[in-house]
Design a protein around this ligand. Structure first.
Ligand code: ZN
Length: 467
């Protein structure tokens, strides 16, 4: 049996995966900041995390999957400047920041469901875990990693010799001319906020809490460190996110956690999904090149076809979203679902002895750092196989679909194309032939042919398939 190998950003190599606790794999996926729509590029990260989770399960492990909801502390500028995205959105829409969070969280969860992303075992919101975040900052403070400025509590990266390892950052190699944010308060360019104080000018924030350092709110990075520790323990197996998380967010999560918890590595495997490009640019709200699942649905696209489209590229590969590529995926997806639906009508159970070979090839594809395109190729081999009867094909596809999540097990023919109706016409033709009413039999055959149904007469009756 092939063992699972996963690409670990930490080592820049594929490593054999074994969980810390053989009974359960802990997986944490950075969740969305719920101030607006998640665009298609954002959703790719969750389809990737879902593929990972389903694969781990298929390989026989129990998985505990945590996704967080960032509902406070994510600033419009990653360098601890700018405003909290939640408060900006609230001001713009006239709702409270809490209502904005509630609304976009619900929309995000609905989109995951549409994409057949399995519900995580734990959803956790940053605003529900303020105490855990304060506790982690206190631990860092007690160990000498922090300093306090007029605007908050900062992590001093010069105190952490391992800082930046994930991203291969060298602190002494900064790009010339790079702007030093908060040059007046930060000791080092890469220092980051753990706790931000509410503005001193009396402007009140909607979301703020008391802390040992004053009234304010947590930084974005500390949320993930505190919540993953709360739900997965002080060391866990896999942390996922997008490649854009590597240089700042995940780098800072590691610095906080490893120094507060005194454990290294805090997370064994760091896995990052590639970007979805749109007109040769990263799909991003700031560039205005955003498309959402709602946009696709409005264009008549089945969300399952978008999932199928995403599985057509390896998760680490940068992928281009074009109407042409999407159209190709839609056609193939529809054809696959139709074939899966047709298989259910048949009782041909030949070829049980060949099933394991297909399963093993599918397994090898996944074991190779979740190679979904190769896994999909095996699915097509199953569909086209001459050695497997339809019953074996359907059982096998249902099994493989535990990983792919395309709905192959319960695929149904579009309305008006029920098997029962065609079965009835085929039976009627058989009866006409038996009664030597050849005119009637030919008329029925012509009618079926006109609908694209191919008949195969055999000694045990007539079989049909769509041509
Ligand atoms: Zn995170």
């Amino acid at each position: 049996m092939s063992e699972l190998r996963l690409y670990n950003t930490l080592s820049r190599t594929r490593e054999r995966f074994e969980p810390l606790d053989p009974a359960q794999v802990g997986v944490y996926s950075c969740g969305p900041t719920v101030y607006s729509h998640q665009h298609l590029g954002n959703m790719r990260a969750y389809v990737f995390a879902d593929l990972l989770k389903r694969t781990l399960r298929w390989f026989g492990w129990e998985v505990r999957h945590v996704i967080n909801i960032t509902d406070v502390g994510h600033l419009t500028d990653d360098a601890d400047e700018g405003e909290d995205k939640m408060e900006v959105a609230a001001r713009r829409s006239g709702e409270s920041a809490w209502d904005v969070a509630e609304r976009w969280t619900a929309i995000f969860k609905r989109d995951l469901e549409r994409l057949r992303v399995l519900e995580p075992d734990v959803w956790c919101r940053a605003t529900d875990h303020i105490d855990e975040q304060i506790e982690m900052i206190r631990r860092l403070e007690a160990r000498g990693f922090t300093y306090v400025t007029a605007d908050g509590v900062y992590f001093d990266v010069s105190k952490d010799p391992g800082y930046g390892e994930l991203a291969r950052l060298r602190l002494d190699e900064q790009a010339p001319g790079e702007r030093i944010e908060h040059a007046d308060v930060k000791r080092n360019r890469a220092d980051f906020a753990l706790w931000k104080l509410s503005p001193a000018d009396g402007a009140q924030r909607q979301m703020e809490w008391d802390s040992p350092w004053g009234r304010g709110f947590p930084g974005w990075h500390i949320e993930c460190s505190a919540m993953s520790t709360r739900y997965l323990g002080e060391q866990f197996d896999i942390h996922t996110g997008g490649v854009d998380h590597i240089p700042v967010h995940h780098t800072n999560e590691i610095a906080q956690s490893e120094n507060a918890l005194e454990v290294r590595p805090w997370v064994r495997f760091w896995m990052h999904g590639g970007w979805l490009m749109f007109n040769d640019e990263k799909m991003s709200k700031s560039r205005g090149s955003v498309r959402t699942l709602d946009d696709l649905i409005a264009d008549g696209v089945d969300p399952g076809a978008f999932r199928f489209f995403l599985l057509g590229a390896h998760y680490r590969q940068q992928m281009s979203f074009t109407d042409e590529a999407l159209q190709g995926a839609r056609t193939a997806h529809a054809r696959l679902l139709r074939r899966a639906a047709e298989l259910r009508a048949s009782e041909d159970s030949r070829g049980a002895e060949h099933v394991e070979g297909y399963r093993e090839r599918f397994r090898e594809a996944l074991a190779d750092d979740l190679n979904a395109p190769r896994a999909l190729a095996v699915v097509w081999e199953v569909v086209r196989s001459g050695e497997l009867g339809d019953v074996q094909k359907h059982e096998l596809l249902s099994d493989l679909d535990e990983v792919l999540g395309l709905g192959l097990a319960d695929a149904e023919l579009p309305e008006g194309e029920s098997d029962a109706r065609i079965d009835g016409l085929v039976r009627e033709r058989d009866e006409a032939r038996a009664a030597r009413d050849f005119a009637r039999a030919d008329a029925l055959r012509d009618q079926l042919q006109a609908e694209g149904i191919v008949l195969e007469d055999s000694p045990d009756g007539t079989r049909w398939r769509r041509g």
